[in-house]
Design a protein around this ligand. Structure first.
Ligand code: NAG
Ligand code: NAG
Ligand code: NAG
Ligand code: NAG
Length: 417
């Protein structure tokens, strides 16, 4: 016997639950995945206190030189790894983005707890909102979050997306950006040279509304590499205006500002490196010769082709271009920051009570459990375009509670029938 009240009552109540949950829980963009490849992504990180370059790097278990070059910070300063970066500085953190339990996330970061750490402090301050205390709790099966042992090594699951390294068919690397109280969608789009429409598509948003703590995937135009799959730096992708170091610190690549062609050359750190000369030629990695002819400009370049079994692969390429271009342009480098510019400041500096970075244990491949794959309440984007293909914005705890509510209601309904 159908009860006429149920069909209206249940959806209305669920709507209330959804709306309520959406108001309370920050959302983050989730990319479903199926293959086991990892890809390159960025985290937008705001320093919670003054930290040395090496301390920020160890917080995420990454190479300090990569951290500096990703942010176009000049590495030629003496003792640059011990340079102290100011609290509230915003940095892009290069991370490897894996596929875990069917969604993209980064799980290579571990944090060793210190006295007076709490899960909210680790999540909101130390990792600047990139992770929630619930996610750390779930990833480490912590039953009682009020009891954290000092020196406990915690997996810190971090959000990342790759969307096949493209946005609207062009190479892009995705920045996981934590929304701050001063942000608007237009402001974020402007700052990262993208559009509101693009941000809404990428994040499957229904409106331009964003809330503090939401994590958006922001596509940054980038230079893609075409290294073979067996190269250890396969998939290298460098955002416009920055640098990357690869091949055991032997090769440095840059992207922009004039075009989005990856340009690689011997790095200034290169000490004991395999040959970087192109075979059967006098050209070194990065060297380009140009000769004007009646048909155009004959360009011969010695290009980097990836790091394979400890060897630097070089390839001589010749092409005919309409015109000879000028000398290679490089993205401008900045000096290691010592102060935070006014426009990137958004909150008073926290008290420096926990000065200094954690001593952290090395990489691990522990897979966190998370409620994030328990439900998909939002529709997937239209198929076909890589940038809007099957991803949605949701809050993992929200999805979980909705699933619970559904279960509970299913039971209520079936018992009332
Ligand atoms: C990913 O991008 C590559 C080219 O960069 C393309 O060949 C491939 O089909 C894309 N895969 C998907 C699933 O879109
Ligand atoms: C790359 O960055 C430069 C300098 O910031 C900018 O002028 C150029 O338009 C950017 N290119 C793209 C494709 O965004
Ligand atoms: C070739 O590249 C090397 C290493 O970057 C550089 O020192 C040299 O000046 C370049 N030569 C030419 C002709 O561009
Ligand atoms: C790398 O080295 C291993 C063993 O030394 C070899 O089996 C493999 O074919 C090499 N790979 C490439 C791409 O040369």
């Amino acid at each position: 016997m159908p009860n006429p009240k149920n069909p209206t009552f249940v959806p209305f109540f669920l709507l209330l639950v959804l709306a309520n949950a959406a108001l309370v829980m920050p959302k983050s963009t989730i990319e479903p995945c199926s293959n086991s490849d990892s890809c390159n992504a960025l985290l937008g990180y705001t320093l919670y206190t003054d930290l040395k370059v090496s301390e920020v790097a160890s917080l995420f278990q990454i190479d300090p030189i990569s951290l500096l070059l990703t942010n176009a910070i000049d590495i030629s300063y003496p003792d640059v790894e011990n340079h102290i970066l100011p609290a509230q500085l915003f940095l892009k953190i290069p991370i490897s983005c894996s596929c875990v339990d069917g969604i993209r996330k980064s799980v290579s970061t571990r944090y060793k707890t210190r006295p007076s750490d709490t899960l909210p402090y680790i999540a909101d301050s130390i990792y600047s909102g990139l992770v929630s205390s619930d996610q750390i709790r779930e990833a480490n099966s912590i039953s009682d979050p009020s009891v954290l042992e000092v020196g406990q090594s915690l997996t810190v699951p971090l959000p990342c997306t790759c969307f096949n390294g493209t946005d609207n068919g062009l190479p892009a690397v995705y920045l996981s950006y934590v929304v701050r109280d001063v942000d608007t969608l237009a402001g974020i789009a402007g700052r990262y040279f993208t559009t509101i429409t693009d941000l809404m598509n990428v994040n499957a948003m229904g409106s331009t509304q964003i809330a503090v703590g939401d994590i958006l995937a922001v596509p940054l135009p980038a230079c893609a590499s075409t290294f073979p799959r067996y190269a250890s730096d396969f998939g290298l992708i460098v955002p416009n205006g920055s640098y990357a170091i690869t091949a055991s610190h032997c090769v440095q690549c840059s992207c922009g500002p004039g075009n989005l062609n990856l340009y690689c050359m011997p790095s200034s750190l290169a000490v004991s490196c395999s040959s970087m000369q192109c075979r059967n030629s006098k050209l070194m990695l990065g060297n380009v010769t140009m000769q004007q002819s009646s048909g155009g400009c004959n360009v011969i370049s010695c290009r980097y082709g990836g790091f394979v079994n400890g060897s630097i692969i070089t390839a001589l390429s010749t092409s005919l271009q309409p015109r000879c271009s000028g000398v290679q342009q490089f993205p401008p480098l900045v000096a290691p920051p010592t102060a935070v510019k006014r426009d990137s400041m958004f909150a008073p500096a926290p008290s420096p009570q926990l000065y200094g970075g954690g001593s952290l244990s090395p990489r691990s491949s522990v897979i966190p459990s998370s409620g994030s794959s328990t439900g998909s309440t939002t529709a997937s984007g239209p198929a076909g375009s890589p940038s809007s293909d099957a991803h949605h914005m949701m809050s993992p705890p929200t999805a979980f509670s909705v699933a619970l509510m559904l279960l509970t209601f299913g039971k209520l309904i079936s018992t009332s029938l």
